[in-house]
Ligand binder design. Structure first.
Ligand SMILES: [Zn+2]
Length: 477
């Protein structure tokens, strides 16, 4: 890794994003166009995301399973909207073992169909319900324009698929899982999100209702960061997922699906990063603390390394790294760990050892401002406190950034300017026509209809007809 300066965010945000990912060794381009290799440091972030989510899934009664990568083509065709939505993105296998297959196999773009097929077999009675299954998997969607983590041909995610007795239970589940995503985003990733409903034209292919959490990136664009879908009885009817109810009558199940992917790593990078590189929220950072010894000669070295070793031992409850490479200068190491976004750096020099203290340097506050002297005796307690403080500051800073780039335009002219510099929160008549015109004229899409709505009569920002709801419009990834 070189110590060369990154492109500044203000000069070219998208170039900054690509450079950070490669230089911090999160991911790399694969030989197949549009595919990515997730490198160990990037995968370690994903593993921490997985643990945080998996715990929440299991606490709400879900279990994990694994379904096949290949899906018979005919399965996709059973749900009309689903196949229309996914057809352009399918990767299809037509040859296996040198023979042309009787039926082509789709490499899963998502698993509603194959899981629906299995549920039809497994569910007979109301006693079998609810079925609450999640899978951690990779999926393939043949995207034309790709960006590392944000949109790649193959990506990693979890997809939850549940089946219920009643419409109410399915709706409860759909909203519960969105709440879980929002809780994860805010409390683990320090990414503030707005939960809400997708418009008809933006909803999942085959869903009755789709919900989303939307986050504002450092260039003010929106990123859809997790979605939860109420599928009604659409897939149950397409796949015959039926059960005998309490009156011994045959009924169709109500199903849901919900997913969050490696795209969320892109959200973390673009929400918190700065011109020096990544800034990782302590709860998800693969390395929370890095210890860097500072010395000039052999005698100092011995004392300093000894103290650094002791600090490492004291901090065994944290994810800590001791950078004892001797061929590199402390300055070089500082830059490298800043680029990698490690939240807390502990510097130890001869004077620190003399004072029985160490120096804390906070990644989110560059330079002097982020440095404090801490006593050795307090080091565990102070590390806990400072990591919490960094976690909270990241959330606060991102929330303030979003608020200061959210606008409430009074007319369409103001609206057009607003979506160039942030999000527009605007009343909308609910017609797809207005939504499409707005998209064509401003490149802003309807991100979500937030759950929090003020009860106020107003008119559509585009056409002036009566508006029923306020929506967030923004340019998006
Ligand atoms: Zn309108």
């Amino acid at each position: 890794m070189s110590n060369e300066q990154l492109t500044k965010q203000s000069e070219d945000f998208s170039e900054w994003y690509n450079q950070v990912i490669q230089r911090a060794e999160l991911a790399d381009y694969a030989p197949v166009r549009g595919c990515m290799v997730v490198r160990p440091y990037g995968w370690a972030i994903w593993e921490n995301i997985q643990s945080a989510l998996d715990l929440r899934f299991k606490n709400t009664g879900h279990v994990n399973a694994a379904f096949p990568l290949f899906i018979p083509m005919s399965f996709l065709e059973k749900e009309k909207n689903h196949v229309e939505g996914f057809s352009p993105e399918l990767a299809v296998v037509t040859i296996g073992g040198g023979q042309t297959l009787e039926e082509p196999l789709v490499v899963r773009p998502t698993s509603e169909t194959i899981i629906g097929h299995m549920y039809a077999k497994w569910i007979q009675s109301y006693r079998d319900l609810p079925v609450l299954i999640n899978q951690w998997a990779n999926v393939v969607r043949w995207e034309m324009r790709t960006r590392l983590f944000l949109r790649t041909l193959e990506f990693y995610w979890q997809e939850g698929h549940t089946a219920h007795e009643t419409a109410e239970e399915a709706e409860f589940e759909t909203r519960q899982m969105l709440d879980i995503y929002a809780d994860f985003a805010v409390n683990e990733a320090a990414v503030p999100v707005v939960p809400g409903r997708k418009s008809e034209s933006e909803k999942f292919a085959g869903a009755v209702r789709s919900y989303t959490i939307e986050a504002m990136m450092g260039d003010t664009r929106a990123l859809q960061s997790g979605t939860s879908h109420n599928l009604g009885q659409n897939f149950a009817k397409a796949f015959n997922i039926q059960y005998l109810d309490r009156n011994n009558e045959l009924q169709y199940c109500w199903t849901t699906s919900w997913g969050l992917s490696t795209r969320f790593i892109g959200a973390i990078i673009m929400t918190h990063g700065d011109d020096q590189g990544l800034i990782l929220p302590p709860r998800l950072a693969p390395t929370q603390v890095v210890i860097v010894p500072i010395f000039k000669n052999g005698q100092e070295k011995e004392i300093v390394i000894g103290a650094a070793d002791r600090v490492k031992g004291l901090l065994s409850d944290f994810r800590v790294e001791f950078d004892d490479r001797t061929e590199l200068t402390p300055g070089f190491k500082f830059n490298e760990w800043e680029l990698k976004g490690v939240p807390l750096r502990i510097e130890i020099g001869p004077r620190d050892v003399e004072n029985d203290s160490v120096t804390f340097a906070r990644r989110n506050l560059p330079g002097r401002e982020g440095k404090t002297q801490e006593k050795m005796g307090n080091i565990q307690l102070r590390t806990t406190e400072v990591l919490n403080e960094i976690q909270n500051n990241l959330l606060k800073r991102a929330t303030e950034f979003r608020e200061s780039h959210t606008f409430y335009p009074v007319d369409y002219d103001e609206f057009k300017q607003a979506v160039q510099k942030g999000w527009a929160y605007s009343p909308w008549c609910g017609r797809a026509e207005c939504e499409a015109q707005i998209k064509e004229e401003t490149k802003a899409t309807l991100r979500c209809i937030p759950f929090d709505q003020e009860e106020k009569e107003s008119v559509c920002i585009k056409c002036g007809q009566a508006a029923t709801e306020k929506a967030i419009f923004a340019r998006a990834y």
